[in-house]
Design a protein around this ligand. Structure first.
Ligand code: IMP
Ligand code: MG
Length: 179
């Protein structure tokens, strides 16, 4: 385990098993469809690549980078798009893949935006869900793990752009982000 982690919350094995289970469930609902799978950069990349490899329906891949300066104390901000989609979502069934839902700001705004742009349907698939922290009304259609209110890293998730490549989800030691 990395020295900056307090403990491992989800092992590689737990991640592999649950991600497959959720992906197969999503796949069943998209038989005969051609969804556009939108990954939210950068946190979702590892989850995204594991997830899509269990889909048997024809998929198209696209990515977006957003910053949520609305989460935290100030909740009035709009979603800032740092990198937009290459493809149009008009008339498409969109599957948004996210690493974690915290306040819900990012996904609540993103879902509204994609529907405004004419998406036929938008569902959210998240790896982690911190229900306790929710401030915005958003419920993911698929969620791999409900987690406690701890700051976690690994499997794509970062702290100051570090730890994304850890193969497990670890709880970051407080001293790392409080110093
Ligand atoms: P929301 O808009 O408040 O739901 O924020 C979601 C975003 O906050 C995620 O996409 C992450 O980038 C970040 N985030 C929230 N909690 C954590 C965590 O425990 N570890 C790493 N990133 C987190
Ligand atoms: Mg993120």
């Amino acid at each position: 385990m990395h020295k900056d982690c307090e403990r491992i919350m989800l092992t590689e094995e737990q991640l592999r098993t649950r991600v497959k289970e959720v992906a197969l469930e999503v796949d069943r609902h998209y038989q005969g469809k051609r969804p556009l799978v939108v990954g939210i950069l950068k946190g979702s990349i590892i989850f995204y690549s594991d997830f899509i490899r269990h889909l048997s329906c024809p998929v198209e891949l696209d990515f977006m980078a957003v910053s949520s300066y609305g989460s935290g104390a100030v909740s009035s901000g709009k979603l800032k798009i740092k990198k937009d989609l290459d493809k149009s979502v008009e008339g498409r069934d969109v599957i948004v893949v996210e690493d974690i839902i915290d306040s819900g700001f990012t996904l609540a705004n993103l879902k509204t935006l994609l529907l405004e742009r004419g998406a036929k349907s938008v569902i959210i698939v998240t790896l982690l869900n911190k229900q306790e922290r929710r401030e915005y009304d958003i419920v993911p259609e698929y969620n791999c793990f409900d987690i406690e209110n701890e700051f976690v890293v690994g499997y794509g998730l970062d702290y100051n752009e570090q730890y994304r490549n850890l193969p497990y989800i670890g709880i970051l030691k407080r001293e790392v982000y409080e110093k």
